[in-house]
Design a protein around this ligand. Sequence first.
Ligand code: FES
Length: 124
Amino acid sequence: MYTEKVLEHFRNPRNVGRIEDADGVGKVGNPLCGDVMVMYLRIRDDRIEDAKFETFGCGAAIATSSMATELIKGKTVEEALRVTNRVVAEALGGLPPHKMHCSVLAEEAIRAAIEDYRAKRQRT
Ligand code: FES
C-alpha cells in the first residue's frame, strides 16, 4: 500500500532533530489521531538554509516530514509556502487515500514555522 519511496523515507528519515536557536519553529497536531510534528527552520536572506523535524506520529507522517524538509531546503520562504501536502505526497510517489491527511501535518508545520519566523522578525 506504500510506495518504495515512502518506505525508504520512513526507514531512513532525513533531517530528524532540532535546530538550536532556529529562526522559525512550527508545532502542529492532528486532532483526529493526536500525532504531533515540530518543524525547525534556519533562514538566511529569506532562504531556508536548514530544516529539521521531530514527528511523533505514524509512518506516513514521518515520511512526509522527511520529504518536506528535503523539498524546502534551499528554497526561498515564498517558494517553501508553495510546497503543499500534495506536492510532498507526489514527491513520494503518492500516498494511500486514507493516509493523505497525514501529509497535511508537514504542510501546516512549514507554514507555522514560517509564520513564527515572520513574527519574530517583526519584533526585532
Ligand atoms: Fe496521524 Fe498519520 S495517523 S498523522
